[in-house]
Design a protein around this ligand. Structure first.
Ligand SMILES: O=C(O)C(=O)C[C@]1(C(=O)O)C=C[C@@H](O)C=C1
Length: 293
């Protein structure tokens, strides 16, 4: 049975996404306290693969995950998929019920959740939780578990429906993200390729470090893809962490590394002195597709 590492404890959005895409397959999902710990378990071969959030509709890139892929480890991307990130306000209902039987959210004193999840719900927080301090937890489910363990404090958490059930808490307000179309893209990384359904869409992710003192290098990189009509779906710069002002580019490309044109584009940008590292060439799945056979 394949072991899949994820950001725990049980009940995170990552855990929900893992269940959804591997439904019906006998996988063992193993929770870790941090994304870095999950990925380290895959590096150490204690788990076969790690599932990590990489990008969100509202918040953009999950920078910790990108930096891990780039600086921390050398694990190839095996697949990506999109999963709806539905956040809910969770707590112990009895704490917020007035004598007339109404739910009074102005009594919430503190809200716990992962930074990314709090950022996804800022409109709701501003409007409905005027007296709540915000406190980051290591994951959404860690926040929900903490609220359950600390009753009568006026605490609430932002997290998944799965966490509400697992930690026997109440849904104080469902679906509170700023936009209903809130998706998170997850990457499955590791050396052991999973058995997956073929997908109509393949993607390739590369890291490009530009040569120094080469004016217009980024323009040349982009034009190597443009004139071949290769579609870039994402380009993001991140610091190399080696020197102030030094960046690499994280580029998602539509298409497989086996396609006719992509190797030529990569060779062209290497020829001008760019360093290119391929992070993976893999199937991409939307929410309506499931990845297992
Ligand atoms: O904390 C969780 O529940 C996670 O799975 C992590 C994470 C993230 O950091 O992007 C994943 C998806 C959600 O958008 C919010 C949080």
């Amino acid at each position: 049975m394949r072991k899949i590492a994820f950001l725990g404890p049980e009940g995170t959005v990552t855990h929900e996404a893992a269940h959804y895409f591997f439904a019906g397959e006998p996988h063992q999902f193993i929770p870790y306290r941090l994304i870095a710990d999950a990925v380290a378990s895959t590096v150490a071969d204690e788990t076969d693969l790690s599932l990590v959030p990489i990008e969100n509709t509202i918040e953009g890139s999950v920078k910790d995950s990108i930096d891990l892929l780039v600086h921390g480890v050398d694990l190839p991307i095996q697949a990506e998929w999109d999963y709806p990130s539905i956040q809910n306000l969770i707590g112990l209902r009895a704490e917020y019920i007035t004598s007339s039987g109404e739910l009074d959210l102005s009594r919430v004193k503190k809200v716990f959740s992962k930074d990314v999840a709090i950022a996804q719900c800022m409109d709701f927080i501003k409007k409905h939780l005027p007296n709540a301090e915000l406190e980051f937890s290591s994951s959404t489910a860690a926040g929900v578990r903490y609220v359950k363990e600390n009753p009568n404090e006026g605490y609430a958490a932002i997290g998944s429906k799965l966490a509400t059930e697992l930690y026997q808490t109440d849904l104080l307000a469902p679906n509170i993200t700023d936009h209903s179309n809130n998706f998170t893209r997850f990457l499955l990384i590791g050396h052991h390729p999973p058995v997956l359904k073929p997908s109509d869409e393949m993607k390739t992710t590369i890291l490009v470090t530009l040569p120094e003192d080469y004016p217009g290098a980024l323009h040349q990189v982009l034009s190597a893809f443009a004139w071949r009509r290769i579609n870039l779906t994402k380009i993001e710069s991140r610091p190399t962490k080696l020197k102030l002002g030094s960046y690499y580019f994280y580029i998602d490309i539509k298409g497989s590394l086996d396609s006719v044109l992509l190797p030529g584009a990569i060779a062209e940008i290497e020829a001008i002195g760019c360093l290119v590292r391929v992070l993976g060439s893999y199937p991409s799945y939307s929410y309506s597709q499931r990845a297992v056979l």
